[in-house]
Design a protein around this ligand. Structure first.
Ligand code: CMC
Length: 389
């Protein structure tokens, strides 16, 4: 262990070479396969971006048709999965249900463990994740689950499963579908973040793709990662209910060491000037809320909090800026998505990134991931039998 360099949290350790996502934290640049996030978010569809991430190129029309037709054909989830689903408490957190059911898919498609038919498993994951995600929400409402409708595109299909009720007509609002398209694209990949590194690490033992992705879902759930989007809205709600005292929360965050409180949606391991996704999302929040005619006082609180933080030396010195999660929840809310589903939405968006990274790791024949440590425990001790202790 004399040769081991300690790097807690892997702040400076490059664990892989990757051709998927380029990120420059100083300049605030994010590109998928060389295409800027600004271009993709304003011009592409989520499925096109998914194809780009997974297969390396933007699809031709024929490639796109084959990809999306495959996904449409696999949207149904095996009815036996319902037994597992029905065993959860009604108020189970949707992220717990999602992680468990994605892992359970490996039991239904056991050839995945032999590393066979990978493209088919990729199609299944892309197709079934929205179905499973909406199941977990319907249950909490006591509503019947909806089957997919394969004449609908990916995002309208998700919205229909999420919001349609058998007793009334439901029509997908194009403003809602477009807003979701942007959000999913912005979340689609982010190089070696915690959940993605988890997917690669689990996959490096040659665990199957479903179990590897399930591990990513579980890593994403944590409040310092994807779980932050739920925490942000809960924090903003709390500020609103307490009369809008933004300064109090700034003070609490400045004393993070003693209060243990962090300003959720602020700070990023890599972005030190701004998060380009947050820029796009902040503008989208304004656009979407005005198009939908939603007046959410929480948006004003968020803006006030951002302004106060950006003018405070504590945040300036530490280069803490709003991250992707700061405004995304406000949009999800305006679209009617409940708070405990926010991180699930992040997972649906991140899925193609996890898949692309898993696939790249396998294709590059990477060795099993196995960090070292610096041992700090006792030196050799003499064993004493239990009566002598
Ligand atoms: N509020 C208050 N202080 C903060 C915050 C915050 N949100 N973030 C960082 N700091 C302070 C931290 O206390 C430390 O101060 P000091 O130098 O005095 O010890 C300094 O800033 C550096 O922070 P760090 O924890 O060493 O930085 P990190 O790179 O390990 O953490 C982070 C990055 C994103 C986990 C962290 O900024 C954080 O906890 N933010 C809040 C949670 C959040 O919004 N997460 C979503 C991240 S973006 C999307 C995603 O990944 O899912």
């Amino acid at each position: 262990s004399g040769y081991v360099t300690l790097d807690r949290g892997y702040k400076n350790t490059g664990a892989t070479q990757s051709a998927i996502t380029f990120l420059d934290g100083e300049e605030g640049i994010l590109r998928y396969r060389g295409y800027s996030i600004e271009d993709l978010a304003s011009k592409a569809s989520f499925l096109e971006v998914s194809y780009l991430l997974i297969y390396g190129e933007l699809p031709t029309q024929a490639q796109f048709d084959a990809f999306s037709t495959g996904i449409r054909r696999h949207t149904l989830v095996n009815e036996d999965m319902r037994h597992i689903f029905n065993g959860f408490p009604v108020n189970a957190h949707p992220m717990c249900v999602l992680g468990s059911l994605v892992n359970a898919m490996s039991a239904f498609y056991p050839d995945s463990q032999e590393g066979k038919n990978t493209d088919l498993h990729i199609t299944r994951l892309m197709a079934k994740l929205p179905t499973i995600a909406t199941w977990s929400y319907k249950r909490t409402q006591g509503h019947p689950t909806n089957y997919p409708k394969n004449e609908l595109d990916y995002i309208p299909n998700f919205l229909n499963m999420m919001f349609a009720l058998p007793v009334e007509d439901y029509k997908v609002d194009p403003v809602v579908a477009e807003a979701l398209n942007v959000l999913l694209i912005l979340h689609a990949d982010h190089e070696q973040n915690c959940s993605t590194s988890t997917v690669r690490l689990v996959g490096s033992s040659q665990a199957n793709i479903y179990s590897s992705i399930a591990a990513g879902v579980n890593a994403l759930w944590g409040p310092l990662h994807g779980g932050a989007n739920q925490e942000v809205i809960e924090m903003l709600e709390e500020i609103k209910e307490g009369g809008g005292d933004v300064a109090k929360y700034i003070d609490m965050a400045k004393n993070a060491k003693t209060t243990g409180f962090r300003l959720f949606g602020f700070g990023h391991r890599v972005y030190k000037n701004f998060d380009p996704r947050a820029k796009i999302i902040k503008k989208a929040a304004d656009d979407v809320l005005s198009k939908l005619g939603v007046n959410d006082p929480v948006l004003e609180i968020a803006k006030g909090l951002e302004e106060a933080a950006l003018n405070d030396p504590y945040f300036v010195q530490r280069k803490l800026y709003p991250n992707v999660d700061f405004y995304s929840g406000i949009i999800y809310r305006a679209l009617g998505i409940p708070t405990n589903m926010f991180t699930v939405m992040f997972a649906i968006g991140r899925l193609p990134g996890w898949i692309a990274q898993w696939k790249e790791m396998r294709e590059q024949k990477e060795p099993i991931g196995r960090p070292r440590q610096i041992y700090t425990g006792s030196t050799l001790r003499e064993f004493k039998s239990i009566g002598e202790r």
